[in-house]
Design a binder for this molecule. Sequence first.
Ligand SMILES: [Zn+2]
Length: 245
Amino acid sequence: MKLTSIALLLSIAAGVPAWAESTAHWSYEGKGAPEHWGELGDEFKTCNNGKFQSPIDIHDVIDGKLPPLDMIFHTETESIVNNGHTIQVTVKDGDDFKLDNEKFTLMQFHFHAPSENRIAGKSYPLEAHFVHANDNGELAVIAVMLEVGAENPALNALLAAVPEEQNKAASLTTSIDLSPLYPAQKQYYRFSGSLTTPPCTEGLRWLVMKHPVTLSEAQLKQFQHRLKHANNRPVQPLHGRVIVE
Ligand SMILES: [Zn+2]
């Protein structure tokens, strides 16, 4: 039996709708751990063979005089889910910004604990990924590091809305101001990368904000409790890529 059919059976057995996981089962530990992703199915090969993989350790940055991010906040959230890999919020009419003279609009955002990217070797307890798309469906991810400090006012409504049950989306129709999830100073590092989860698709524009924002110890504990396990892919080789600031 092909691995994909086994994964399909397993996902049905686990009560996961077949359409939710049409490909091989992957995870962050055991047989489905990141070092095996590329072997779990042909559709995941890029996880092993790719040369522009994310996340990375950001170092030896080139000064490209990038202008600060100019973000317009007007997020209407739609739903929130704990899909077993992350806690993810789907939005409509999401925040947008201009990059390379194209408009990118927020589609969803989610969290990794601990952080996936590192800045000069430093890991953070939480990293938010804001996944944006342009009109052609090309993706740009804005990553924000979170460190423990003052409570973050944007997170309580989200944490309160996460359903206990995995893969069960709850509607989240309140308008949430995401600006507290972005640092006041909007400088960032930029590089080419990939999805940090299978199928590890490349061609993504990555922007990692230089400055972290804070969340309280209690908020971090709630994330860790909900996620149940670390959900960070290890850092990947640069293969000659440059990082610009
Ligand atoms: Zn992510």
